[in-house]
Design a protein around this ligand. Structure first.
Ligand code: ADP
Length: 327
């Protein structure tokens, strides 16, 4: 008999829908997330990421749809769910005139954690904050503030961490350290659902989900999402790439043209048409630039998905063509 894996299912939602007034901002969203997974939630501003996250953790009641979070019903057990998840938003919401330690102590009181001093100390040590424990939160840099916020959201040892654009406005080094921390937590069994705008962060997730206009339009590993887009890329390197860009932009088969340093990335769905367009542009300009097959990147795919969604050309039921659900 197959082992019972139901314990491993941390989020399992079906057809989640939320309307504000006459606007449907989350539209028939289904997804499941398993223990220890880091799932990235991507999509343009206003596409419904925060609203979905808030429904999952019991902060907002869906208008339609159902599901469980940590085995509890998102409609009936909202209060219990709230205590079992950690939730971190991009807005820093701690007391600037309290020290790091005092802020954590305050949060520990709210959760009524037993043995508070020991819990705070352990959290300070675990998140590398012990040396700064007496520093006022208001005097911290963006990266340290975010580390404090992360510490506060994991102190009660949640089984699910929901991060809503946690690294907005934080420098690359601090972002990298933050993600190292997230992976360490996930290795210990914590499940993470994180919304982000950054491509490098998407690449650090085990799986990503792309949402546009409230609908999931793609999902899977980064490789699967790129593969299922069906896009090809040609990289043009050499002189005159600016002129080539202007010519090739309007040619049939070309969807995107983007300079990356001294290279030009030309992207389209049909490799033969793409190659013909690039070769014609090179011939017309008499350029000695070199065109070679390149790797389509996630940003190219997201631009395509956003444009497709804007044109209203979503897959049936807003369901992605790749797997938005884990196996
Ligand atoms: P994202 O997190 O992807 O940026 P949100 O979930 O925050 O998107 O918002 C989705 C849409 O719902 C936006 O158009 C936003 O203005 C709208 N919205 C969010 N919360 C409310 C609310 N409480 N009342 C009315 N509209 C809202």
């Amino acid at each position: 008999m197959a082992p019972d894996r139901s314990e491993d299912v941390v989020i399992d939602i079906h057809g989640l829908t939320k309307r504000f007034g006459d606007k449907t901002v989350v539209d028939d969203v289904s997804l499941d997330v398993r223990r220890g997974e880091i799932v990235g939630f991507l999509g343009p501003n206003g596409s419904g990421k925060t609203t979905t996250i808030r429904m999952i953790c019991g902060l907002l009641r869906p208008d339609a749809g159902s599901g469980t979070c940590l085995g509890l019903d998102i409609r009936k057990d909202a209060n219990r769910i709230k205590r079992l998840v950690g939730y971190m938003t991009q807005r820093f919401s701690y007391y600037e005139d309290l020290t790091i330690r005092e802020n954590l102590d305050f949060v520990a009181r709210i959760y009524a954690l037993p043995d508070r001093a020991a819990v705070v100390k352990r959290t300070l040590e675990r998140l590398g904050l012990y040396g700064r424990r007496d520093q006022l939160a208001g005097s911290l840099s963006g990266g340290w503030k975010q580390r404090l916020a992360l510490a506060a959201s994991v102190m009660h040892q949640p089984r699910l961490l929901l991060l809503d654009e946690p690294t907005a406005g934080v420098d690359p080094q601090a972002r990298r350290e933050f993600w190292d921390e997230i992976h360490t937590l996930a290795e210990d069994g914590l499940t993470v659902l994180v919304s982000t705008h950054y491509m490098d962060e998407a690449e650090r997730c085990h799986r990503i989900i792309y949402i546009a206009y409230g609908k999931i339009v793609a999902g899977g590993t980064v490789e699967e999402v790129i593969e299922s887009s069906g896009l090809s890329t040609i990289i043009v390197s050499g002189r005159d790439v600016g002129t080539i860009a202007k010519i090739v932009r309007d040619r049939p088969g070309v969807e995107q043209v983007a300079p990356f340093g001294n290279d030009l990335h030309v992207v389209g769905p049909d490799p033969a048409a793409l190659r013909a367009a690039v070769d014609a542009a090179l011939a017309e300009t008499g350029s000695d630039a070199v065109a070679s097959a390149g790797q389509t990147n996630l940003e190219d795919v997201f631009i395509r998905l956003m444009q497709t969604a804007q044109a209203g050309d979503l897959p049936a039921n807003g369901r992605p063509t790749a797997t938005e659900r884990s196996p």
